[in-house]
Design a protein around this ligand. Structure first.
Ligand code: OFO
Length: 170
């Protein structure tokens, strides 16, 4: 049985993962409207991946005898300044997600909930990958600068990266 404190923290995490999915969906849609097909594909996939992170938490809470809360979501922006702005926002968002996951891990130890602690380890590794990926993308963008040819190649690169994004939670 889940302790109330843990359930509350996991439900907040469910909301955060849902908001990630929603935020990246807005980014995907914006990228699509400006013709960046590869980037939008990558972000649509990323949004799906965040939904999977949310679902994994919902199922865990319910399987442990708790009750998952399905959150209301805040409307994400419809416009973004440029591509770098998107990935800067994405990295900033992921850093908040990492902090929140680390806080849950701390709480699990304080509450001696080792089952949830183990479950959360998957999220700890996932965050490391997501932060690294966002930083790699930002490095590429800063190398490209204003170069149109570079941007074209970048978009194709993201198309390929989209194919590698795992959304099955394994
Ligand atoms: Fe769920 O990893 Fe990003 O937010």
């Amino acid at each position: 049985m889940l302790k109330d404190k843990i359930q509350t923290a996991l439900n907040k995490q469910i909301e955060l993962e849902a908001s990630s999915s929603h935020f990246y969906l807005a980014m995907a849609s914006w990228s699509e409207t400006i013709g960046l097909t590869g980037t939008s594909e990558f972000l649509y996939k990323h949004s799906d991946e965040e939904r999977m992170h949310m679902l994994k938490l919902i199922r865990f809470v319910n399987e442990r005898g708790g009750q998952a809360a399905i959150p209301a979501l805040i409307k994400p922006p419809t416009e973004f300044k440029n591509l770098s702005n998107i990935f800067e926002l994405l990295l900033e968002h992921e850093l908040n997600v990492t902090e929140s996951i680390n806080n849950i891990v701390d709480l699990c130890l304080a509450e001696k909930d080792y089952t949830t602690y183990n479950f959360m380890q998957w999220y700890v590794s996932e965050q490391m990958e997501e932060e690294a990926l966002a930083r790699t993308i930002l490095d590429k963008l800063s190398l490209i600068g204003e170069d149109k040819g570079g941007l074209y190649m970048f978009d194709r690169d993201l198309q390929t990266m989209a194919q590698d994004l795992a959304i099955d939670g394994k």
